[in-house]
Design a protein around this ligand. Structure first.
Ligand code: BG6
Length: 480
């Protein structure tokens, strides 16, 4: 089809606060749970901690200049709760909020639309110490306090708000995305309890945007993967349906229908995993409706039947820590419901994530047909070992290839009527990966540091930087 991207289409990229900012203890900021988790990761696994990250806190003007040079019309980033409220609640940290005022002003004066995420894994550590963080319902009240302040502060400059980043991934990788106190480790019910509290927080934030930002739009940023059946055997197809219900619909139905997906909830109840829901919770969730959905798409997934008789136990997603293909530590398993597995039809990244542009087209079509709400991409990208060559360049044609095919897939979905507002892949610049340190890179802008040595965090344009610049300048026409 010979349709064009709409003139209003937003092109940009994304980051999150703790993964780029650094300055973890500067200008009044106190620790977030990610500062603690990443410190432990450095000690155990040698992955860079978040103390300096990409030092965006000190380089933000240079970074925005580079974004402008690429032609960005949008930039999705998150606000660090513990930079604004170092103790989680109480007195605002003036210098902390000033950083975001400066960043947003810099973006606006360069005609780059800020897309703000309120929460990206970095709960103030003070709240973990006080009441175990997201495990306790009090967090919803404290989140409301923080979100009200931030939304009110930027209501005149920020139109697009995303609430909580990737609840579905938080449930899968609970200890990586959340600090779990010792007495709760191994307790799988808290995955769903934390998620329920996040649903309430999400609804609160949606209501606040509707109340405070008249022309604003709000939605969650959801980590989402289509689930294919391993074979066309009916039991594998049913397993894929079960996996879809528990991994995808369980979140989407909350955001758009204000209800929990029945089949998933019944499965959770049968296994003692269901969240405790209090009176009024579901009403609040209904009131906090979403205007759009931000999608973080990297890979598709594959499921097969897992009969009870297999004798397997419930387990959650595995991770590849080495970056050597095939070293994934295991797959999510729910005996009697489904078991995730490797898809033999797809190539993978070095960290075993299936590369599947068609999966993006598929989810766009599927979600839009089911819920009929505008969508945007707030993450999509290829984690890779990049090499800084002797000529001072980074020849990342593999990343260009990945992004090109995903943009084409997005366009095919748009040609069939799906309303897509923005494409903001991961990531604007290299940053600390949530699972693999800084050696796994995603950025258009190379940040010269290693896991052990932050050096000067010098910025270098990758080949993908120049490629993306042409893509944006041609409004998506010039992809090759
Ligand atoms: C998403 C997160 O899950 O995937 C990002 O929102 C993250 O924070 C990205 O960085 C890629 O995952 P990883 O583990 O490779 O950093």
């Amino acid at each position: 089809m010979d349709k064009k991207f709409p003139e209003s289409f937003l092109w940009g990229a994304s980051t999150s606060a703790y993964q780029v900012e650094g300055a973890a203890y500067e200008d009044g900021k106190k620790a977030s749970q990610q500062d603690i988790i990443n410190k432990e990761n450095y000690e155990k696994l040698g992955f860079a901690n978040a103390d300096i990250a990409s030092d965006h806190y000190h380089h933000f003007k240079e970074d925005v200049t580079l974004m402008k040079e690429m032609g960005f019309t949008a930039y999705r980033f998150s606000i660090s709760w513990s930079r604004v409220f170092p103790n989680g609640t109480g007195e605002v940290n003036e210098k902390g909020i000033q950083f975001y005022r400066d960043l947003i002003n810099e973006l606006k004066s360069n005609n780059i639309e800020p897309i703000v995420t309120l929460y990206h894994y970095d709960l103030p550590w003070a709240l973990v110490e006080k009441y175990n963080g997201w495990i306790d319902r009090q967090v919803v009240k404290d989140f409301e306090y923080y979100a009200r302040y931030v939304i009110n502060e930027f209501k005149d400059q920020v139109k697009y708000w995303t609430t909580i980043n990737e609840q579905s991934i938080i449930v899968q990788y609970i200890a990586q995305k959340n600090y779990i106190p010792k007495e709760y480790r191994g307790n799988d019910q808290i995955r769903y309890q934390i998620n329920h509290h996040m649903n309430l927080a999400h609804a609160v934030a949606c209501k606040l945007v509707h109340e405070l930002v008249p022309s604003g739009m709000v939605g969650a940023a959801l980590g989402y993967a289509p689930v294919y059946p391993l074979t066309s055997k009916p039991e594998d197809v049913m397993a894929a349906q079960n996996a879809h219900d528990l991994r995808n619909a369980y979140y989407l139905d909350i955001y758009f229908k204000g209800m929990y997906t029945k089949s998933a909830m019944i499965y959770l109840e049968e296994h003692g995993l269901a969240p405790v829901i209090e009176e009024g919770d579901m009403e609040l969730i209904k009131e906090g409706y979403s205007d759009f959905l931000a999608l973080n798409y990297y890979a598709s997934e594959c499921a097969k039947a897992c009969p009870i008789e297999s004798g397997k136990e419930i387990r959650y997603g595995g991770v590849n820590l080495s970056g050597k293909k095939g070293e994934m530590s295991g797959f999510e398993t729910h005996p009697g419901f489904y078991e995730m597995t490797h898809n033999p039809n797809l190539d993978t990244t070095d960290w075993d994530w299936a590369i599947d542009p068609t999966g993006l087209e598929y989810i766009f079509r599927d979600i839009y047909t089911r819920y009929n709400k505008p969508l945007m991409i707030t993450e999509n990208g290829l984690g890779a070992f990049d090499t800084l060559t002797e000529d001072g360049k980074i020849h990342d044609e593999y990343r260009i290839e990945y992004l090109r095919e995903h943009i084409k897939a997005m366009k095919r979905a748009m040609d069939y009527g799906v309303e897509v507002l923005a494409y903001c892949p991961w990531s604007a610049l290299d940053l600390v990966s949530t699972s693999n340190g800084v050696k796994k890179r995603y950025g258009f802008i190379y940040v010269d540091r290693t896991d052990d040595d932050p050096k000067e965090c010098k910025r270098i344009r990758k080949d993908s930087f120049y490629w993306y610049k042409d893509v944006i300048a041609s409004n998506g026409e010039e992809l090759d």
